[in-house]
Ligand binder design. Structure first.
Ligand code: ATP
Ligand code: MG
Length: 445
């Protein structure tokens, strides 16, 4: 049981009687909340609107963590909110929200959502619009998970809980509000949110919440590819990518997000490699080292890239072209599902291309490769492949030693390669064209 939870709060069975947790019974206080979020709430309250802190801001403080952003829910309409703040912008059409900007911090303000009529849903049950406004209670039951539907009022200092969220936080439980299948049909991204929070908080997913997910994964095909990219980024860059990856497999989401990948995961070397890439990203985030989503995305698509690349090479395509063709093919298939922005796909291609080039180390090449902008990422990628059990003739180990070696040692390493037959291949010289002869003779080269 949570330290601060002195009383057990039973789930409110009648949804119109919320559980109110007063200030002495929870750890949320103004000190832990962004000043800007408080400013927004107080101004709304001063203008006779209702306003609360909601979502991750309340959830993460209750769990003893630090919220990454602060969301506000209010009875004021988006237009009313905008009028109160010079620094506010209404965004979204389907789901209007107001962003109030304070330098780099954005406070997201949403108007209480009400229940909607059937007209705002597609035939498949997906919500097309959600701009019907309602009461605080309506808003609570429109939210995704019980742990995300807790409201803190900084004037009364109380938390209002309509859905049993405090109880679920105490039991470390992810529970969707309402009927799971209906809520996933309305917005399939909620399934990814279940996975994200289960992984991030290390909570169990309640059985009714979990059950329909594997069956409904195909609904994600109707979600826009750019929204899926945003969600994927949150899933993989949360510092809990390894746990997310496990759940994506459990819920059979691999092929929905990365069409064609699932079949490769039976090979331990591919499964190990992706797992290691996730673990390594998590470790870097924990150590506050820079990370790029390009690395993890490059790892996820690598089994397919590698296979296609090998096929092309076996069919006689030169290596430099093979990797480009493989990258183009797999990437164009992937971006139909998830819109990977160019700034990342460019880096992914560089990492893939470098995998082949890292084997060519003779002469001055090793030194030149080390100066390449993408060397570090490509080297890390190579080492992970080797650690995952791919036989690369100790290429990763070689590069690790080479980087740690002195100048003389490096020269000796390159000489040793030459002796072992890894040096530059001698090019056969083309026979010179005779000035007046026909040149067809070199077709056999
Ligand atoms: P974090 O910001 O730490 O990722 P969060 O819970 O605050 O977590 P946001 O994406 O900021 O997540 O959303 C704020 C709140 O809006 C959520 O806590 C939830 O109550 C509600 N919400 C977000 N997405 C959905 C959705 N797809 N369906 C229903 N409610 C949602
Ligand atoms: Mg948030």
């Amino acid at each position: 049981m949570l330290k601060w939870l002195k009383d057990r709060f039973g789930r409110s069975t009648q949804s119109n009687t919320p559980v109110i947790i007063d200030r002495d019974n929870h750890p949320v206080s103004r000190k832990l909340i962004s000043r800007n979020a408080l400013k927004v709430i107080y101004r709304l309250l001063d203008h006779d609107h209702e306003a609360y802190l909601v979502g991750g801001g309340v959830r993460d403080i209750l769990l003893g963590g630090r919220p990454k952003d602060f969301d506000v829910a209010t009875s004021a309409t988006p237009e009313q909110v905008k009028k109160l703040f010079g620094n506010a912008r209404i965004i979204g059409r389907r789901f209007k929200i107001v962003h109030v900007r304070f330098g780099r911090e954005i406070i997201e303000v949403t108007t209480f959502r009400g229940s909607h009529d059937g007209k705002s849903k597609s035939d498949a049950g997906m919500l097309l619009r959600d701009n019907v406004y309602g009461s605080l209670e309506d808003d609570a039951i429109r939210r995704d998970l019980t742990i995300n539907a807790l409201y803190y009022n900084p004037k009364t200092f109380a938390i209002t809980d309509y859905t049993g969220g405090v109880d679920d936080i105490d039991h470390e439980c992810i529970r969707i509000i309402g009927d799971a299948e209906t809520r996933y049909r309305e917005d399939p991204v909620r399934m990814l949110r279940v996975i994200r929070f289960a992984a991030k908080l290390d909570f169990d997913v309640e059985s009714k919440t979990a059950r329909p997910i594997a069956r409904l994964g195909y609904l994600l095909e109707d979600v826009s590819s750019s929204r899926l990219f945003d969600e994927l980024l949150k899933l993989l860059m949360s510092g809990h990518a390894a746990a997310v990856w496990e759940l994506l497999q459990t819920y059979q989401f691999v092929d929905v997000l990365f069409p064609g990948l699932n079949g490769y995961l039976e090979a331990p070397q591919h499964a190990n490699f992706i797992e290691r890439a996730m673990q390594s990203t998590d470790a870097r985030i924990k150590a506050d080292k820079p990370v790029t989503p390009a690395f993890i995305l490059a790892a996820l698509l690598w089994p397919m890239i590698e296979r296609r690349n090998n096929q092309l090479i076996q069919a006689g395509t030169p290596a430099v072209e093979a990797i480009r063709i493989a990258s183009d093919e797999i990437m164009s298939q992937q971006i139909k599902r998830i819109a990977i922005p160019k700034r990342f796909s460019f880096v992914m291609r560089e990492i893939w291309e470098m995998q082949g080039r890292l084997a060519n180390r003779h002469g001055k090449r090793a030194y030149r490769l080390m100066e390449q902008k993408r060397f570090r990422a490509a080297y890390d990628f190579l080492v992970l492949r080797e650690e995952a059990g791919v036989d690369l003739d100790n290429l990763g180990v070689w590069w690790t030693e080479f980087q740690d070696a002195s100048e003389e040692e490096r020269e000796a390493m390159i000489q040793a390669l030459q002796r072992a037959g890894n040096g530059p291949k001698k090019r056969r010289r083309r026979p010179r064209r005779k000035p007046n002869g026909n040149s067809k003779g070199n077709a056999s080269e």
